[in-house]
Design a protein around this ligand. Structure first.
Ligand SMILES: NC(=O)C1=CN([C@@H]2O[C@H](COP(=O)(O)OP(=O)(O)OC[C@H]3O[C@@H](n4cnc5c(N)ncnc54)[C@H](OP(=O)(O)O)[C@@H]3O)[C@@H](O)[C@H]2O)C=CC1
Ligand SMILES: O=C(CO)COP(=O)(O)O
Length: 333
């Protein structure tokens, strides 16, 4: 039997995931700030602002701009808001979310001022126990999933039964969800791969080929695995869908906003210009500095994030970024 699920944030991924949930047999209420998006989904089953490629969203999806109405009786509340705004947006929902509801984050970012992961931000803001928080992450480019191309993801929750409940709730014939208890690993994979995708996109935009892309992806994976392990993640998570899988999808597709943002930098745009033409949030941009700070905090070198932070803050070129990546001394891989 389907559940009552609410999605906070009707961006590209929030809306596509809402469609997955409706396809899985649930009743889905989207909450959005913008009246135009609310009206579009509620009255026309269409999100022309954030997911115009889907002509008609399922009948089981509706929308509201009223916070209390949105989460009333929800068994699962999914959060799909740009990571840097999660805290401010969720504060308004504190006290409104039903006591037994599981809160699920789709977000892939680290909060800039605090260097906190989204599990920390969501739980802190909503005063939520660990067993009622789940994260979803994997190779999930929203447009492909909105087109119902076969895909898989990972649901993480410290309480494996709740992870299974969430996985069951979002399983369809084209969308498969695996489960894990490694919340930290999942969070670190999702947010850190965006920094790598910015760098790969930049190299591609600058005209470099497969060797350069493979080098950045592999070193990026080593960096995010080391940082994740130091933060308490299970290194195995990084070899799975949420790690390598998402890295392959995000670093290889112009559908990724992070890849595209990087590619535009590589073609010579400034950060301001690339931001202006970005088709949605590129989480890797604010996350990069947070990754460098986390690395300093945990005593883990983050050369790729450091060079990308120089790209974003000082405007160094792609070749400077790449030559700064490795020192001249010989080291073990
Ligand atoms: N797109 C994808 O393929 C995937 C995205 N993700 C992650 O999901 C998250 C959301 O991404 P996506 O939906 O694609 O992003 P979009 O850029 O399409 O949408 C961002 C969302 O955040 C909302 N938002 C921004 N600021 C605020 C605020 N102050 N208060 C409330 N809501 C706010 C926007 O609301 P509004 O529209 O009203 O401005 C919108 O719903 C990101 O962390 C992303 O990394 C994860 C997997 C896949
Ligand atoms: O996380 C994603 C795919 O899994 C989406 O990547 P972007 O946020 O770069 O579009």
């Amino acid at each position: 039997m389907g559940r009552k699920v609410t999605v906070l944030g009707a961006g590209a991924w929030g809306t596509a995931f809402g469609q997955v949930l409706a396809d899985a047999g649930n009743t889905v209420t989207m909450w959005a700030m913008e009246p135009e998006i609310v009206e579009g989904i509620r009255d026309h089953h269409h999100n022309g602002v954030r997911l115009p490629s889907v002509e008609k969203l399922p009948d089981a999806m509706t929308a509201t701009g009223d916070r209390a109405e949105a989460v009333k009786d929800a068994e699962i509340v999914v959060v799909a808001i740009a990571a840097q705004f999660a805290r401010v947006a969720l504060t308004e929902f504190k006290g409104l979310i039903p006591e037994n509801a599981i809160v699920v984050s789709l977000m892939k970012g680290i909060e800039r001022k605090t260097n906190k992961r989204m599990d920390e931000v969501v739980r802190e803001t909503l005063d939520l126990p660990a067993d009622r928080f789940a994260a979803i992450s994997g190779p999930n480019l929203s447009k492909e999933i909105a087109d119902r191309h076969p895909a898989a993801t990972v649901v993480a929750c410290e309480d494996i039964e709740n992870a299974k409940k969430v996985a069951e709730t979002c399983t369809t014939s084209y969308f498969k969800a695996f489960v894990t208890t490694d919340v930290i690993g999942l969070e670190m994979c999702g947010s850190l791969k965006n920094v790598t995708a910015l760098a790969v996109g930049m190299a591609r935009g600058a005209g470099y080929g497969e060797n350069t892309a493979a080098m950045i992806e592999t070193r990026g994976l080593a960096e995010l695995t080391a940082l994740g392990a130091a933060a308490g993640a299970d290194p195995k998570t990084f070899a799975g869908l949420a790690g390598v899988g998402d890295l392959i999808a995000t670093c290889g597709s112009p559908l990724s906003r992070n890849y595209t943002f990087g590619s535009n930098l590589g073609k010579g745009m400034s950060v301001e210009e690339a931001t202006k033409v970005s088709n949605g949030v590129a989480e890797g941009v604010p996350t990069t500095d947070a990754v460098v700070a986390l690395g300093d905090q945990l005593g883990v070198p983050t050369p790729l994030a450091y060079q990308m932070s120089r790209v974003l803050n000082e405007g160094i070129s792609c070749s400077e970024m790449l030559s700064g990546l490795f020192g001249r001394e010989v080291t073990a891989e």
